[in-house]
Design a binder for this molecule. Structure first.
Ligand SMILES: [Zn+2]
Ligand SMILES: [Zn+2]
Ligand SMILES: [Zn+2]
Ligand SMILES: [Zn+2]
Length: 157
């Protein structure tokens, strides 16, 4: 399972002070020798190198925001058209709007609040083991007892 943050990052224009060594561009790996460069996502970029992966527009306009997802850097427009609606939560079937944190398991997405064992309602955390059975999320205990009994129905012990 992975937690997918959908947070916009801001882009700022910074100038190199004369004594500083040129920085490497995170886009092309070349040295940045221009007087101004862009700073975004804790890295430095040539003004021409920080581009939307989809439409190639430059993201260095003043006050720009960029969006990242799955290692893609996108402008707001493309971000919204690609991820505008994250999908429907596999647990409660309600829509998950863009920019909301979601949990992803295989092909399913879940509200953070909905990502819990559907039998005992225990919440999962990143790194916890969980299991999918008939599209139900189960904790290890419930999964194993269901598996051993051949059914997820409650059985007397
Ligand atoms: Zn560059
Ligand atoms: Zn774009
Ligand atoms: Zn939900
Ligand atoms: Zn459980």
């Amino acid at each position: 399972m992975e937690m997918v943050p959908a947070m916009p990052a801001s882009v700022s224009l910074v100038s190199l002070r004369s004594r500083e060594k040129p920085r490497a561009c995170a886009g092309c790996n070349g040295k940045i020798r221009d007087r101004f460069m862009l700073q975004a996502l804790d890295r430095y970029w040539h003004e021409d190198c920080l581009k939307c992966a989809c439409c190639d527009c430059r993201l260095g306009q003043l006050g720009s925001t960029l969006y990242t997802r799955a290692n893609l850097i996108l402008c707001r427009r493309d971000y919204l058209s690609l991820f505008g609606v994250t999908g429907n939560c596999a647990a409660c079937s309600k829509m998950i709007p863009a920019f909301e944190m979601v949990m992803r398991a295989r092909d399913n997405v879940y509200h953070l609040d909905c990502f819990a064992c559907q039998l005992c309602h225990q919440r999962f955390h990143v790194g916890d083991k969980f299991f999918l059975r008939n599209n139900m999320i189960l904790c290890q205990l419930d999964y194993e007892s269901g598996y051993l009994n051949g059914s997820t129905d409650k059985q007397s012990q």
